[in-house]
Write a protein that binds this ligand. Structure first.
Ligand code: 5AD
Ligand code: SF4
Length: 443
């Protein structure tokens, strides 16, 4: 008998991408085959995100469209998982309007997937989805297999959850409180990955800077980085995300003194206005943020800095916005992800009666984006002539005969070359720049 084929679609952050790799791992262990087109699948799994309303709407629309597939393929199994499912109102919507879904599971019980799938397969054609969503995490579960997208680079979770309750953010409600993995489990996983050919790891957590606080008295994120840096065979270490309130000078010194930690820092600022930062419950001031950014530039001269910015947070005045706009110029970010504030029910900011009209949000968004783009472009222009080491990760679709990869500073570079270089680190001279990418030539 032919093995059943599965298709996974992922929305949201790297954490979700990595969860999908674990779903793939479990599917494969059960003998299923992955396909890249939904039309070829017997089982469809949507791994969902609810950080912004937009993502949530898209997911619901996509689930709705599966009804047509089901008509053509009556035995199609539909599974929905991830952050969105941790919200009771979403389960209600699915039960009411999208009840053809077979299985719903949340973020805390991924390891239960094989048993739940088996049960859902037996119960196929029942009228309602099988729902198993836990309202909190139990222990950190180790040993879930992963099928990783790349052979030479990998995501590694170092912790789950978030304790910060930024007033706009749904994540603490969908991913629960911080749970660090033990340093032994992390080091062992990375050592195994290196043996399998991985040379770059990206350490994942909602707030990696508070790694270990729930487990150890002394040992912190910098100590973990230092140990990973010493592992034989590892060439590049990245991490995300850092919360500015927990970013320490020790961390900067650890990066500066290390061999393999990449000179790239993602440090979400969200806003530059102290008034708004306070309302966001961020626990740092613009002065503290700027001081940290200055230290980074001072101690690691070739560091690249990226950030997240929210535009249109409740009560954001014109002058608050202009402060954020001026921050963009002052810090000269290499890359910035700008988001329109999205009201998430259950969060503190959603209760505010001072919501910003959509047209004002959009005007501010366009303005700051064009400023950030021109800064990023001029920083990229400044790199022309540099020789950068690039980890090649794929063939360029846009430029025939070209490949692309990333510098240590996480800039994308496209240059002439062939697929035999994928997975290797090569020296590349930068010869031209675009806003979001660099053009190079092999040295
Ligand atoms: N609206 C807009 N952006 C948000 N983010 C988190 N919650 C919201 C929201 N409700 C952004 C933050 C965070 C990034 C991952 O998503 O900037 O850093
Ligand atoms: Fe959300 Fe803030 Fe936690 Fe990041 S630190 S996941 S923005 S609550």
């Amino acid at each position: 008998m032919q093995p059943l084929k599965y298709y996974i679609r992922t929305w949201g952050c790297q954490m979700n991408e990595h969860d999908s790799e674990r779903y793939s791992g479990m599917f494969n262990q059960m003998g299923y085959l992955e396909v890249s087109k939904i039309k070829d699948a017997d089982i469809v799994l949507f791994n969902t995100c609810c950080v912004r309303e937009n993502a949530e709407r898209k997911v619901l629309g996509n689930i709705g469209r599966l009804k047509h597939f089901r008509k053509k393929k009556p035995n199609l199994i539909i599974i929905v998982a991830g952050c969105m499912m941790q919200q009771p109102h979403v389960i209600e919507i699915i039960n009411k309007d999208l009840s053809f879904v077979n299985l719903i599971l949340g973020t805390y019980n991924i390891h239960r997937f094989p048993q739940l799938l088996e049960k859902a397969l037996k119960e196929n054609h029942s009228k309602r989805p099988l729902v198993e969503v836990w309202d909190q995490a139990k222990n950190v579960v180790e040993g879930i297999p992963s099928i990783r997208k790349f052979k030479f680079k990998a995501f590694v979770n170092i912790m789950y959850g978030c304790n910060n309750f930024c007033s706009y953010c749904i994540v603490p409600y969908t991913r629960g409180r911080e749970r660090s993995r033990s340093k032994e489990a992390i080091l062992e996983e990375i050592s195994t990955l290196v043996k399998e050919g991985v040379i770059e790891v990206t350490l994942l957590g909602q707030n990696v800077n508070s790694y270990g606080k729930d487990l150890y008295d002394e040992y912190d994120f910098s100590d973990l980085l230092e140990e990973i840096d010493k592992l034989d065979g590892i060439k590049r270490i990245r991490f995300m995300t850092s919360h500015p309130k927990d970013a320490t000078e020790k961390l900067i010194d650890t990066i500066a003194a290390s061999k393999n930690i990449c000179e790239n820092f993602h440090l979400p600022v969200q806003s530059r206005s102290n008034r708004i930062l306070e309302k966001m419950n961020r626990h740092y001031s613009r002065e503290q943020y700027l001081e940290f950014a200055e230290k980074l530039y001072e101690k690691i001269p070739n560091i690249t800095l990226s950030t997240d910015i929210i535009i249109g947070f409740p009560d954001e005045s014109d002058s608050d916005f202009h402060e954020t706009l001026s921050l963009a110029k002052k810090v000269a970010f290499d890359n910035a992800y700008v988001f329109l504030y999205s009201k998430r029910s259950g969060t503190k900011a959603a209760e505010s009666t001072c919501q910003i009209p959509e047209n004002v949000k959009h005007e501010r968004f366009d303005k700051i984006l064009s400023e950030l783009n021109s800064i990023a472009y001029s920083k990229n222009l400044g790199m022309i002539g540099n020789i950068e080491t690039v980890l090649v990760d794929g063939i360029s679709d846009k430029h025939p005969g070209s490949i692309h990869g990333r510098t240590r500073g996480n800039k994308i570079v496209t240059f002439k070359g062939d697929s035999s270089l994928i997975g290797t680190i090569v020296p590349v001279r930068i010869i031209d720049a675009r806003r979001a990418t660099l053009i190079g030539e092999l040295c």
